[in-house]
Ligand binder design. Sequence first.
Ligand code: CDP
Length: 224
Amino acid sequence: MATRLPPVIAIDGPSASGKGTVAQGVARALGFHFLNSGALYRAVALAALTAALDLENESILSDIALKLNAKFDGNSVVLEGHDVTDAVRGEDVSVAASRIAGLPAVRRALLSRQRAFRQPPGLVADGRDMGTVVFPDAVLKIYLTASPETRAERRHKQLMEKGLGANMAALLQDIRERDQRDSARATAPLKKCADAVLIDTTGITADDAIAQVLALYKQAPRAP
Ligand code: CDP
């Protein structure tokens, strides 16, 4: 008898669309595991920046991705024994993560690490290619988005809450540039797959979006 793999809810979408908050809320409500796949790309980027590596050297960077000594728990990231949860959220790391995420060998190197998060009773995975590449058999695929202005405002609020300075115009520009890079890359570009449900969070709260995803999950067809 074939072993059935634990169910996956894939939540993809652009930067600051609320994916992380929604994915974690859904995971909490269902008692599922949570994968913040962006944190993996960020950890590789931080390791590369710390070692002053060339961000275009695909073979060195994929080697780092394979051997990375990192632990992920919710949003917390521990790299080589150091808590780098805040460091990986820095804007320099965001830009570097988006650049290295365009390298096919880096993406391949992170595949099995991401799939290892699929444990009973289930997984909510947040990223750009969860439904398209990493978990194409996800029982529910969501594409979460919001207007660039709303996303820049959310990022601004997050940074202010952490006591970090932020400039709205610069954040908006960064969001637009990252959208462009994430959508235009040849490997695993950010896109809504045909079987994903679109949720636009521009005018709704995170709790509303969580409730919508939970309702969709309840109705999602399951294997017999
Ligand atoms: O928090 P934010 O949505 O801004 O970004 P993130 O999810 O932490 O991801 C950081 C970067 O990693 C993104 O800009 C993407 O380029 C890349 N990424 C990716 O390519 N594929 C994923 N599954 C997750 C992130």
